[in-house]
Design a binder for this molecule. Structure first.
Ligand code: SF4
Ligand code: SF4
Length: 376
């Protein structure tokens, strides 16, 4: 085991391989507050990459209802239970990561779900199980009336557990963009990666007898375009670009700005220790202890900053660039009420007003000399 630095947990940790960072790291920010669970992203991914035989129950992108929805069943709560106490002190994680908690003979702590756990994604998540008596309310671990939708893809982690667990060396991280892929010729379908990935984002194809996973739409990334799940998102909750390490964060990089400068977007379960590269703006209506468990100790401050976003022209402007273009935005600026986005070459590819202009049309237009009869 090597010692590597994980900036999301604020300390060094054990990992199977020494620290190597790609030339640039694929990353994305998802604003949970805007997701409507329309599943357009899920279907965009499915029709692009996983419509073949053996891929019927495979969703590289999925959207589940939290706290009681899962794909596969219990993926997060089972591991949280296995991991034990997960305490933070002043931004530093004091518990064990899944690499540090690995049982003897294993490279990380984990479990392999049963086939049936993948079989019914979303079924009944938002439904009551029967008639509800007047005045009745839900009693469970989370008693309050709140829920939210969690959209998930592979996090293209800096320290992937899937890669660490593969004894065939079939999984690798592309040096040019940090996207984690499976070499189909080397994979023998041992499925150690499926047990190891805490997010359960590697999938076994029973027809091909190999593991398959999200490839970050790398053919699009290479052409300067954002992935299918991002550009198809109806709620405009997603923005994909590249994230820097905190010491190299650039204020004009849209992901760096949200993650490192304003700390509005947070990793999913940073305590697992993988340094995942998909970041979430947490839902503002959910109790803070739940958010801290899911997104780490910065959750309260992130919610506060998001609530104040309307008064913050740069954050408000940057949020309008989500879903505004198919191109990958390398740089942004907000100026004179407009948010501007630029591609890798510095060419402006989008310009969006921070506040949607309101146009009031009169019933009779003096200039055009016409009467609009649909206006009272
Ligand atoms: S989310 Fe899972 S599959 Fe994706 S890189 Fe991380 S460990 Fe591997
Ligand atoms: S397309 Fe966007 S809004 Fe719809 S479910 Fe996916 S992430 Fe949510």
């Amino acid at each position: 085991m090597a010692r590597v630095f994980n900036h999301q947990i604020g300390r060094a940790m054990k990992y199977w391989y020494p620290e190597t960072r790609p030339k640039r790291q694929f990353s994305a920010v998802f604003d949970i507050n805007k997701c409507i669970a329309c599943q357009t992203c899920t279907l965009a991914c499915k029709t692009t990459w996983t419509s073949g035989r053996g891929q019927e129950l495979m969703f590289w992108n999925n959207v589940e209802s939290k706290p009681f929805g899962f794909y596969p069943l219990g993926w997060d709560v089972r591991l949280l239970d296995m991991l034990g106490a997960q305490t933070w002190n002043d931004g530093i994680y004091e518990g064990k990561t899944i690499f540090e908690a690995s049982p003897k003979g294993q490279r990380s702590l984990g479990f392999r779900p049963e086939d049936a756990d993948y079989a019914n994604p979303n079924l009944g998540e938002d439904d009551s199980a029967g008639a509800i008596d007047k005045g009745a309310f839900l009693t469970n671990v989370h008693t309050a009336a709140w829920m939210f939708y969690l959209a998930r893809i592979c996090n293209h982690c800096t320290y992937p557990a899937c890669l660490a667990s593969c004894t065939r060396g079939a999984i690798y991280k592309r040096p040019e963009d940090g996207i984690v892929v499976v070499d189909q010729k080397r994979c023998r379908g041992y499925r150690d990666c499926i047990a190891a990935c805490p997010y359960k984002k590697t999938f076994f194809n029973p027809e091909g007898q190999t593991t398959e996973k999200c490839i970050g739409c790398f053919p699009k990334i290479e052409g300067g375009e954002q992935p299918q799940c991002v550009v198809s998102c109806i709620g405009k909750i997603r923005l994909q670009s590249f994230v820097s390490t905190p010491d190299k964060a650039r204020e004009d990089n849209p992901v760096d700005y949200l993650v490192h400068v304003r700390k509005l977007a947070l990793p999913l379960f940073p305590q697992f220790g993988l340094e995942p590269n998909v970041y979430y703006i947490p839902p503002i209506h959910v109790p803070e202890p739940f958010l801290v468990q899911m997104f780490g100790p910065g959750a309260g401050a992130a919610v506060k900053a998001y609530r104040e976003a309307r008064q913050d022209p740069i954050v408000a402007g940057l949020l309008t660039l989500f879903g505004s273009t198919q191109r990958v935005l390398w740089r942004f600026k907000v100026e004179n009420g407009f948010a501007h986005g630029y591609d890798e070459k510095g060419t402006q590819v989008v310009r969006v007003p921070v506040t949607e202009p309101t146009v009031v049309r009169t019933a009779f237009d003096e200039t055009l000399r016409i009467a609009r009869w649909n206006i009272p």
